[in-house]
Design a protein. Structure first.
Length: 188
């Protein structure tokens, strides 16, 4: 035999201990512990993410027929955009354009599309925006994306108007054919 030391591992004998009271264990029903109503109410709610400093891009466009009246982009925080002020500004710009172009206009539609990085195009949120109530829905969608930690949130707000009438002075000019200048040469 060699003189090197070998370690021999001897398995330990495990002896299960009997339950203290076998009768009570078999007949007793296991009832899960119910938390007191006070304990549930006292537990702290999950902390809500602070979105007050997060920004999103708002692309605004107001179109009459095929003419862009307002086209602008803003970088805003949640609930910073005032839809009523935007609507008032649009009406002023539309009236100015209608006076210059001598036409009248009528509201067609307003939509907001909310998109973000990593969100499929088919999953973008599209909301009809006709008034301040519609814009509140858009704000909820923006908040939802911010709380879900979506990056690069973009809202495209498009308001469409149609030209309903053209003044009579413009239409009468269009009906007239341009006259050709005729020059006669007379030879002696």
């Amino acid at each position: 035999m060699s003189t090197s030391s070998k370690h021999v591992i001897v398995p330990k004998k495990h002896v299960p201990q009997p339950p203290a009271n076998k009768k009570s264990a078999s007949k007793a029903k296991h009832v899960p512990e119910v938390e007191d109503a006070e304990d549930v109410n006292d537990s702290e709610p999950e902390p809500v993410m602070d979105i007050s400093n997060q920004t999103y891009s708002l692309h605004k466009s107001v179109v009459v027929g095929d003419t862009v009246i307002v086209g602008d982009t803003d970088f805003l925080t949640h609930e910073e955009f005032d839809y009523r002020q935007f609507e008032t500004y649009n009406i002023r710009k539309l009236n100015d354009a209608a006076e210059k172009g001598k036409f009248t206009f009528e509201y067609l539609s307003g939509t907001a599309t909310i998109m973000a990085k990593g969100v499929r195009i088919c999953d973008n949120i599209i909301i009809a925006v006709e008034d301040n109530h519609g814009w509140k829905k858009v704000e909820k969608g923006i908040e939802r994306y911010m709380l879900a930690s979506k990056k690069d949130i973009i809202v495209k707000l498009a308001v469409l108007y149609s030209k309903t009438g053209v003044s009579d002075t413009d239409s009468s000019d269009d009906e007239k054919r341009p006259t050709k200048k005729v020059v006669e040469f007379v030879c002696c």
